[in-house]
Ligand binder design. Structure first.
Ligand SMILES: [Zn+2]
Length: 271
């Protein structure tokens, strides 16, 4: 007897996360997308993985992900609707033929397909898995204050990261690897996918200037929490950027945080 897919931990978490991200205002309309690498054995308790619904070409190659399973949000789908019709707004796919094909095993029941940012997601998974074999999640959204910050702050990665670290004490603890930044690029292409993946080698957060943010993590909570923390810092920045600033968290204090929480800020980012 197959277990009920709607009760699988990964499905419950995915539905909760999309609803929560929408509630935070990070995923207006069809904005945002998530991909979650699934454990094959766990998935088999809920789904007959021999039954392929249809095959979808991916338009890119990712040999490392051959035979891997992903739960992914659909193109043109609204995060706010996922909880009401997961079988339409989400899909479970298996990558085949060196990642050039995706076998749809469940979902996208209206004939839809995965997010147009699928290349950026899959290439980012490859990059993150190399850096951390436990990585499972890649998440994209449009957090308001981080986006606003890309209009008024220098996009230099060290400067951008330092500003965020200075906005809340917990920042350097939550993302000691910092935030990488891509200039404005056309989205939905393999080019932005490759550029994002390259940036994902050294940080779990990648800002797309004037667009949004990519976050990665070992589970949905971790990726969500990363984005939430960076967005909170950006919110503080946008509240104070136009005011005379008379206090900050000094580099000396950052080093105290490193020591206290056993983290190490990105090499060369602190004096
Ligand atoms: Zn976007």
């Amino acid at each position: 007897m197959m277990k009920d897919l709607m009760k699988a931990g990964f499905m419950v978490e995915m539905i909760r996360t999309t609803a929560n991200m929408y509630a935070h205002g990070w995923d207006e309309r069809n904005g945002g997308n998530i991909s979650l690498l699934l454990n094959e054995e766990e998935l088999r308790e809920y789904l007959d993985t021999e039954r392929v619904v249809r095959v979808i070409p991916t338009g890119f190659e990712a040999k490392e992900l051959d035979g891997r399973y992903f739960l992914v949000t659909g193109t043109g789908k609204y995060f706010k609707n996922v909880q009401y019709a997961p079988e339409v707004n989400l899909g479970i796919v298996r990558l085949m033929k060196a990642g050039t094909q995706a076998e749809l095993l469940w979902g996208f029941e209206d004939g839809g397909t995965f997010t147009s940012e699928f290349p950026a997601h899959m290439m980012s998974h490859c990059a993150r898995l190399e850096a951390d074999p436990e990585n499972r999640v890649v998440m994209h959204c449009h957090p308001t204050n981080l986006l606003a910050m890309t209009y008024v702050h220098d996009l230099d990665e060290r400067l951008f990261t330092r500003t965020l670290w200075q906005m809340c004490t917990e920042c350097i603890v939550v993302f000691p690897d910092g935030v990488n930044v891509l200039p404005w690029m056309l989205c939905g292409t393999n080019e932005i996918g490759e550029a994002t993946a390259e940036k994902m080698r050294t940080a779990r957060l990648v800002v797309w200037a004037q667009h949004g943010l990519y976050g990665a993590g070992r589970d949905l909570d971790e990726a969500f929490g990363l984005i939430e923390t960076a967005e909170k810092a950006a919110e503080i920045y946008m509240k104070i950027a136009h005011l005379p600033q008379i206090n900050t968290i000094t580099d000396e204090e950052m080093h105290l945080l490193e020591k206290r929480f056993g983290v190490k800020g990105r090499e060369g980012y602190l004096d």
